[in-house]
Design a protein around this ligand. Sequence first.
Ligand code: DGY
Length: 312
Amino acid sequence: MKVAVTFPIPEPAKTLLSDLFDCRFWESEVPIPSDTLAEWLSEVEGVLTTLTCPLDEASLSGASHLKVISTVSVGVDHIDVDFAKSQNIMIGHTPGVLTDSTADLAIGLMLAVGRRLAEGDALVREGAWSDGWKPNLLLGTDLSKSTVGLVGMGPIGQAVAKRLAGFGCRVIAWNRTHRDVPGVEFMDLNTLLSSADIVSLHTALTDETRELITRERLSLMKDQAILINTARGAIIDEVALVDELASGRLRAGLDVYNEEPLPADSVFHSLPGCVLLPHVGSATQRTRQAMFELALRNLVSGMRGETLPAAL
Ligand code: DGY
């Protein structure tokens, strides 16, 4: 049975897969070209992939033997899920195992933006810290006792809420469907946006959440409020966000963008009040290993025609 792997994977994972299946491995850091992907997909029963490889209707339509897509990610917005399901292709992903790492990073970004960590680091490294302690040097805002609005209260949103309790924050939240989480006040999205000192996004990217945070909704946020995004760039109207950041009215901690990697000439590079990370929410050794293990178990189960441990 044949498997395609659409991105470079660690050696132990390659060995494990090669012992079980006839595999084609894409070894380059340059994304697999769409014609190669289509050719490989036309031959295989299984594909191990990740979010940098779009599996849209065009690439899947010739995949006549494909039984299982296993993605090393919790997000599945790079896959045409409806089309895959219409072709009876199973989809496995990696929920749960990256919850804590992503929640930790969201808290890290809240602190980094509020306490101006990147600016302080740059000042010291550049040798520009010349006057010692000064009463007004790099004054920021506290996370402790602030009001934090969580948009999306799935496992990651709930893990962030737990951490915020330790900072004595008031945690308010919005979720598409009703949730009851102790210590969290639920409210409509617009009220949340106008009440929070910090807004953090924890919803999946779907047709309903694409540009959920519109220009109008951004304008509801308080002056100097902080927007944290460790979910997906396309949840925000990015042009409107750039305008708010460029004017200095809002601040942001961003791990994800509409276009990844950010183009070399991206306007984000020059925006004040932001901490910018390269999509590393799940990037810890322990979490990445857990993601790979779960994705491999999904793939192997699908190839055997069994129920996937983490099916979509
Ligand atoms: C995911 O899994 O969807 C994250 O964005 C990357 O780990």
